[in-house]
Design a binder for this molecule. Structure first.
Ligand code: NAP
Ligand code: ZN
Ligand code: ZN
Length: 363
């Protein structure tokens, strides 16, 4: 029997979120049914509900920072058991056979078949629905074990904001003490890059378009330096001071001042996905042999490693917890960079299907 559930969905490019009743598949031998308790709100959710990447399908139930309690498992599942806390990040399936999948880099599945937690189609053609809801059913391979010592609400955003910054920081070698790492954009991803950089022993510089974020960046998050990107003098004074930059900004911007901050041979890793193409002048790269790179979320194995590291070091996200019916206001505030540093939906505030209004059943 399919599982009847409820959540909030966007119905069109306005991105307006409203109540939605829908179904998940029944629990198969390799499936895990999770009763969702919390779901983080990623800026990718905002880009997608508004079709800013031109690949949205509706109705869309966003949410790929999903945590909750396992309520049923299929006969073949050994990774988690009923009653465990568990998480789901940005992927719910991939071919699991290609070179990348066998390396547990499922996000780079070679046939291009990584299946997103929402706004995607399962291999059987049914739509995937994300964590702004009461239930999720996921193949066991893509389920994560949550650290028992971290509050589940504050751990939820590790499943995207955490892994998306952890993966490039480890892959490109930003995890060495003393490395000078700049973090552009102090939002959900950015604040996790700062926390990881501090934990790795890096010298962390926040580069923010919001001067008001300086005090907390230093005093609360532990960043060592703060640069306001709107202060050209300060940006110039910091020329050629950084080994790496992790760029999490969600909008297009003039890239030249950021490349100016890199030392010779420095690398800027783009993780923010501005809807418009970035423009980069050859002179930003050539004279000092600088590099630009990208990185997509992270694989399941490294996501589990990141979660275990966060459990060991007691690292969680800094969140503002909200009820489901605040979601439209939260998205508006996210547009204005007004969040410290991640909204997390308390999914228990979602009415069950039988209490949803009649038009919530409209697909
Ligand atoms: P967020 O919480 O909204 O943070 C984005 C930050 O960008 C803002 O807080 C702001 O920080 C900065 N920003 C906004 N306008 C700016 C401007 N005009 N110039 C410079 N900086 C500006 O978003 P998020 O959830 O961290 O996501 C960030 C981006 O990463 C999004 O585009 C998202 O889609 C993308 N993403 C990518 C991946 C991946 O796999 N690569 C995974 C998840 C998310 P300041 O106020 O400090 O400037
Ligand atoms: Zn995300
Ligand atoms: Zn694959």
């Amino acid at each position: 029997m399919p599982i009847l559930t409820s959540g909030y969905a966007a119905r069109d490019e306005s991105g307006h979120m409203s109540p939605f009743v829908f179904e998940h598949r029944d629990v198969g031998p390799h499936d895990v049914h999770i009763k969702v308790t919390y779901c983080g709100m990623c800026h990718s959710d905002l880009h997608q509900i508004k079709n800013e990447w031109h690949n949205s399908s509706y109705p869309m139930v966003p949410g790929h920072e999903v945590v909750g309690i396992v309520s049923a498992v299929g006969s073949e599942v050994t990774k988690v058991k009923v009653g465990d806390s568990a998480g789901v990040g940005c992927m719910v399936d991939s071919c699991l056979k290609c070179d990348r999948c066998l390396e547990s880099e499922e996000q780079y599945c070679i046939p291009g078949m990584m299946i997103g937690t929402y706004n995607a189609k399962n291999f059987d053609g049914t739509p995937t629905y994300g964590g702004y809801s009461l239930d999720i059913v996921v193949k066991d391979h893509f389920v994560l074990r949550m650290p028992s010592n971290l509050p589940l609400d504050a751990a939820a955003p590790l499943l995207c904001a955490g892994i998306t910054t952890w993966s490039p920081m480890r892959f490109y070698g930003m995890d060495k003490p003393g490395t000078k790492v700049g973090v552009v954009g102090l939002g959900g991803l950015g604040h996790m890059a700062v926390k990881f950089g501090v934990a790795f022993g890096c010298e962390v510089t926040v580069i923010s378009s919001s001067a008001s974020k300086e005090k907390e960046a230093i005093e609360v998050l532990g960043a060592h330096k703060f640069l306001c990107s709107k202060d050209p003098e300060a940006m110039k004074a910091a020329s050629e001071s950084l080994d790496f930059i992790v760029d999490t900004a969600s909008v297009k911007k003039d890239m030249a001042p950021y490349f100016g901050l890199l030392k010779i041979d420095g690398t800027l890793v783009v993780v923010g996905i501005a809807p418009e193409p970035l423009e980069i002048h050859a002179f930003s790269l050539i004279p000092r042999r600088k590099k630009i790179a990208g990185s997509l979320i992270g694989g399941i194995k490294e996501t589990q490693e990141m979660l275990d590291f966060c459990g060991d070091k007691n690292i969680a996200c800094t969140i503002e917890k909200i009820p489901m019916d605040y979601v439209n206001t939260a998205f508006e505030r996210m547009t204005k960079s007004d969040v410290k540093y991640r909204f997390v939906i308390d999914c228990v505030t979602i009415p069950t299907a039988d209490k949803m209004p009649e038009d919530a059943r409209k697909h």
